[in-house]
Design a protein around this ligand. Sequence first.
Ligand code: PHE
Ligand code: FE
Length: 295
Amino acid sequence: MDTPRKVEHQQTDRGYVPVYATGVVEQPWASYSKTDHEVWDTLYKRQRELLPARACREFMAGVERFGLGDGGIPRFSEINKVLGKATGWELVAVEGLLPDEVFFDHLANRRFPVSWWIRKPDQLDYLSEPDLFHDLFGHVPLLLNPVFADYMQAYGRGGMKAFAIGPDALMNLTRLYWYTVEFGLINTAEGMRIYGAGIVSSKGESIYSLDSPSPNRIGFGLERVMSTRYRIDTYQQTYFVIDSFEQLFEATHPDFTPIYAKLKAEPAHAAGDVLDGDRVFTRGDRVGWATNADT
Ligand code: PHE
Ligand code: FE
């Protein structure tokens, strides 16, 4: 495959038209600068020190097994040797966010798209679109877990179905992804732990999600999550807590078609709502919450 290279690193290259319909390029590993590698090392070190006793065991095990801290930006080809053998998943390099149906097709075929470019040194704490650090460090370690690996594929298949049904179904499904894959917490024997990629790749939210009195922490419920709006511009007002990856996989196994139809007739909940019937781990004190509308 020819490698369509970007001549320079641009974080918001929205005008880019992928050469391949799948959006897949070759990771231009040789073109990473010394600064790019240093950004990876800095972010890795920071999260590696912070996450023990915060991230779940399965995530930490994945980080170690891939050798993500061996120095500099990992080569996807090396990651793939380990990943392919373990769970049959494969990383593919992409320019950035993909159209929904393309993203779902990758997941349904056990390919995980990873942005090949990395943030700049002045964006260590926040950037608005997923970069290499978020995608690789945040998402890939759990793909070594067989149950989570199957969940991600099932999500991809479910995505194709939701896409065919329509925008409301897609919104319900996107909320599920948001509150599990990106911002999920898990209640373990050792205590509350993080498994969401959006949290483990952020220093601030790795602390806030577990330690802050502001957000709600509520037991996972399928329809509850699929009918709850979320924030894209602030830390979450509510985190949903699973008991195990098996629970998540089982809960999402049923056909969603009737659930989409049912939810369509009901109003969505605000990101910070606590409802009767919620299994409340902690009720947020709402300090510092934004008052503008959530997504
Ligand atoms: N069971 C879902 C459906 O029928 C598919 C799915 C599985 C979605 C796992 C998300 C996660 O649409
Ligand atoms: Fe992500």
